[in-house]
Design a protein around this ligand. Structure first.
Ligand code: ACO
Length: 382
């Protein structure tokens, strides 16, 4: 038998490639997209501009951004077949499952463009990024028995999503905060969903298939699904004064506190810090229920940092403060994770395209710890 090798459970600490897209400094809690700090992008950029940056590796000039934004607008509307599919699934399936299925069906209704692979990949990326938010707005409306609203090309990407979701143009503060939320979720190195997308793409499968793989991996509560799970936890806590007992009981029962901890960050996730700032900004105008959720969060943050922050490196992550922010913007919890997927679709596309430039099939090993040379017995003798 082969000697047992060192096994890196969860591929922890393994480098599988090189990238110029995101840099995460987990010790100091810093994040950069193509060299720009997440704080500077949240303060100054837009989701469209950040998408350009992530796809091209540099910030656009004025005309380039105009052209890019126009292309995104042109790609927003959804084919009737996809709307029919959503209608068919809306009564019984969850939004993340509908998004996954709709994404899988999308290429059936998109014309191939030029035959040039770079142009093709770029056009497909725009189609994926742009349509994913429209699909989510359609899913949520159709689930509620409402009609699909066509995109409004006078609005930016985030504002248009809120318009397609609610039927009225959002105020500029809400539109800007959603834009920032989308920037913060746009990219994050070789996380589980991006790695899954790359692994699928490494077989020389196609971009849509890779994105579907990314959506599948994002769904779980240890990854993107933690935004919804974290809000469910706040509801389960119920009142700010219950927070400490809830956390004690959970930790003594070896349960996870959702929205805390990260494989790479052993410090405060810089995205969570920014989201917390916007939660505080929104809280003043929010209703009583959201203010109570925010209070529970502040209490949970304090307790968790005292108990596990410095001691175990478990700090709030991007999913912790997102829930009440989204609720304040009128976004219901069932579409938090789909919206995360839509925002992250640009990171998935960029990584897949980058990986294809120096593609090698991803094929790690597992150590076989079972028996061999067993005698095969007929079924009647087992
Ligand atoms: N609450 C309580 N304990 C935790 C938490 C948490 N949220 N996270 C980690 N731990 C503890 C584990 O119980 C374990 O303790 P032990 O050594 O005593 O057994 C230790 O920290 C290490 O945990 P691992 O699961 O090995 O750490 P890993 O790096 O694999 O996990 C993960 C990272 C999955 C994110 C984890 O922190 C977690 O489950 N968090 C809650 C879910 C969550 O918020 N996920 C979103 C992450 S951000 C994103 O993906 C977008």
């Amino acid at each position: 038998m082969q000697e047992k090798p060192t096994i890196n459970l969860g591929l922890e600490g393994i480098y599988f490639g090189e990238s110029r897209i995101a840099m995460i400094d987990g010790i100091n809690g810093r994040l950069y997209y193509c060299g720009y700090s997440i704080e500077s992008l949240a303060d100054n950029s837009t989701y469209e501009e950040t998408c350009y940056l992530i796809l091209h590796g540099r910030l656009p000039k004025g005309e380039e951004l105009e052209k890019f934004s126009a292309m995104m607008k042109e790609s927003r509307d959804i084919p009737q077949n996809i709307l029919d599919l959503i209608k068919d699934m809306a009564k019984t399936a969850m939004p993340m499952d509908i998004l996954r299925t709709a994404m899988s069906a999308l290429p059936a209704y998109q014309k191939k463009q030029s035959g040039n692979p770079d142009e093709e990949n770029f056009a497909e990326s725009i189609n994926i990024i742009s349509k994913s938010t429209s699909i989510i707005a359609a899913i949520e409306r159709i689930r509620k028995g409402l009609d699909y609203i066509k995109p409004d090309h006078s609005l930016g990407h985030a504002a248009n999503f809120l318009y397609m979701l609610k039927g009225t143009a959002p105020d500029s503060k809400h539109a800007r905060i959603l834009d920032i939320m989308m920037i913060l979720h746009a990219e994050h190195g070789s996380n589980a969903s991006t790695f899954t997308a790359i692994a699928a793409a490494s077989t020389l499968s196609d971009l849509y298939s890779a994105i579907v793989a990314g959506i599948c991996a994002l769904k779980g509560p240890l990854h993107g699904g933690a935004d919804e799970a974290s809000l469910s936890m706040l509801y389960a806590i119920g009142e700010p004064e219950n927070t400490s007992t809830y956390i004690d009981d959970a930790l003594s029962g070896k349960k996870r506190i959702m929205g805390f901890g990260h494989r790479i960050y052993k410090n405060y996730d810089p995205r969570a810090r920014i989201i917390k700032k916007y939660l505080e900004e929104l809280e003043g105008d929010a209703d009583e229920k959201i203010r109570k959720l925010a209070k529970i969060e502040m209490e949970a943050e304090k307790i968790m940092i005292e108990r596990l922050g410095k001691q175990k490196g478990i700090w709030p992550n991007v999913d912790f403060f997102s829930g009440p922010v989204y609720l304040s913007l009128g976004i219901p919890k069932e579409i938090f994770t789909p919206l995360f997927a839509a925002s992250r679709s640009v990171g998935w596309c960029a990584h897949v395209i980058e990986y294809w430039k120096n593609n090698r099939l991803i094929r790690p090993l597992d150590y076989y710890s079972g028996e061999i040379d067993l005698e095969y017995k007929p079924i009647s003798e087992r």
